[in-house]
Design a protein around this ligand. Structure first.
Ligand code: AMP
Ligand code: MG
Length: 520
């Protein structure tokens, strides 16, 4: 049976079963109300019970709205005014649930910095339901930071305000920059203090994703040798994300190939923007090909291929330049889980999976190169190697000269428009090296014919780490103006807007943030 065909049952005003066992503390019971302002149509909750744990969000003392994403709410068929109303804010904070919500914490496993953990799961997130958006795309609505679940292990299930604001800013920026990503529906503060290294104000983030199925979700069932569970999950994921695979000769192999293709499309986009995910664990790799889980992520200022921001990534496993090979490593973990579905025997399945995985490097490489050609204003037949050698030299010069990655392409676009190159050359430690590089570039670039492509590939604004940090620190002081301003500015990252000129600039030495933290 196609799991997506089964429409949700009549709107539920109570959980399906066994609330006594699961909600030992009656004060943790959220209030359901009978109106259905969110057109839920849940399917994951129809999967076998071992896929998730039913879990109500924990109530919070004093919820306050920070921001609602009006256009995304409309896209989901939710009235943004309702979402910003006391009833909506009660839902966003986990204090109440509208009819049709079926809150669950999803089970998954994952390799964390290469170490396999057979059970992770939503330890601080609750999927409250799914909706079909205006384009007919099924989307999850999840509350992140809404209390403990069956998967919380030692954690408190809560989120501090900082990570809530960071995920809001960065995921929405990724969306406007054209990168597949989960989205931000809303951010609220809870009036609660969460204990991290220091006590911090708490928040809840409402996340929207085309699903929350991860490589780690497949690993969860594979680790238990639960082939029926794997097949049910794969069938669900195929129907939801890669329906073309269903009619292929070998649907599960085709599914693997589709996920590989989606990741081979995504990772070059990160690299083109100088984005470093920070925690590319298999539980943070979405089958949909969306960027997911913005923890210690950052956009580079000065370029270096080994740049890493996360304080927990001590060996720089997830550095900018390692992301393609780590992605392939993660996809290999996915392929391993699918072996029992791909062929009757392991021996039969392995060569098929290996052939699929071998497609990744070429797919990645051609997109990586094409994107940088656009950024550099090169034609596709620039040279026999498609510009690969020139790109390699460029990357080396950027690293050696400690050039700001975003400003390099931003000012090169201005040079291409005929402007004076002094701003461009001043980005280099040694401006002579800049003039040498420009001479080489001018010999092969097609700035006139490629100008539109350059502009479309080189953003003026990215969420600079020090600006995100500034928004967060002000947020902790109760001033959300810098947060709102940053989100507003990043809504149009390719447009020149003098009002936001200060957000373009690189950090001064004292403003530079070298680490972002996973703490949430
Ligand atoms: P992450 O590193 O954010 O991808 O999270 C890894 C795992 O730790 C996931 O299973 C999370 O649900 C869990 N986790 C992270 N923070 C918390 C928290 N504050 N409380 C409970 N579980 C958490
Ligand atoms: Mg995660």
């Amino acid at each position: 049976m196609d799991p997506l065909m089964g429409r949700s049952r009549a709107p539920l005003c109570r959980l399906r079963e066994a609330p006594k066992a699961r909600f030992a503390n009656p004060e943790e019971r959220a209030i359901y109300y009978s109106r259905m302002p969110i057109p839920f149509d849940n399917t994951y909750a129809r999967l076998p019970e071992r896929f998730f744990a039913q879990q109500l969000p924990a109530p919070v003392p004093d919820p306050k709205l920070i921001k609602v994403n009006t256009s995304l709410a409309k896209q989901l068929g939710i009235d943004p005014e309702w979402l910003a109303s006391p009833e909506g804010v009660a839902m966003l904070s986990g204090n109440s649930l509208p009819a049709g919500a079926e809150p669950i914490a999803q089970a998954y496993a994952g390799n964390q910095f290469a170490n396999f953990v057979p059970q992770l799961g939503d330890g601080r997130a609750i999927l409250i339901g799914e909706v079909l958006d205006n384009d007919g795309v099924r989307r999850d609505i999840q509350l992140k930071g809404s209390g403990r679940t069956a998967f919380s292990r030692g954690g408190d299930g809560k989120a501090a305000l900082g990570p809530v604001l960071r995920e809001y800013i960065v995921s929405e920026a990724m969306a406007t920059l054209g990168v597949p990503t989960t989205r931000a529906l809303a951010a609220v503060s809870t009036g609660e203090t969460v204990q991290r290294e220091t006590p911090l104000a708490g928040g809840v983030f409402a996340r929207v994703a085309s699903s929350h199925i991860r490589v780690g979700t497949f690993q969860y069932f594979a680790a238990r040798e639960d082939v029926d569970g794997l097949r049910a999950l794969a069938d669900f994921a195929i129907a939801r994300h890669h329906p073309e695979a269903a009619i292929a000769h070998n649907p599960y192999l085709e599914f693997l190939r589709s996920v590989i293709a989606a990741q081979a499309k995504l990772i070059p986009q990160w690299l083109h923007l100088g984005f470093i995910h920070g925690v590319m664990n298999t539980d943070n790799v979405a089958i949909s090909g969306e960027t997911i889980d913005y923890g210690p992520c950052a956009f580079m200022d000065n370029f270096h291929p080994q740049c890493v921001f996360s304080s927990i990534d001590r060996k720089a496993r997830y550095a900018w330049g390692n992301q393609p090979s780590i992605c392939q490593w993660n996809l290999t973990r996915l392929a391993e889980t699918l072996l029992p579905l791909i062929a009757d025997t392991r021996e039969g399945a392995i060569p098929l999976a290996e052939t699929a995985l071998a497609e990744f490097p070429d797919q990645f490489e051609s997109r990586y190169l094409a994107g940088f050609r656009a950024k550099l204003g090169l034609d596709h037949d620039v040279a026999e190697d498609g510009g690969a050698a020139f790109l390699k030299t460029t990357v080396n010069v950027l690293a050696e000269q400690e050039v700001d990655f975003t400003l390099f392409f931003r000012h090169l676009t201005r040079v291409a428009a005929g402007e004076n190159p002094t701003e461009f050359t001043s980005l280099f430690k040694d401006p002579e090296r800049a003039y040498d590089w420009l001479t080489d570039w001018q010999a092969i670039a097609e700035p006139e014919s490629q100008f539109d492509a350059m502009r479309a590939a080189n953003p003026i604004l990215i969420p600079r780490n020090h600006r995100v940090e500034e928004a967060i620190q002000n947020g902790y002081r109760g001033d959300f103006a810098p947060f709102h301003r940053l989100v507003d500015a990043l809504a149009n990252p390719f447009s020149e807007n003098s009002e936001f000129a200060d957000l373009e600039t690189a950090p001064k030495p004292e403003e530079r943030v070298t680490e972002t933290f996973c703490g949430s």
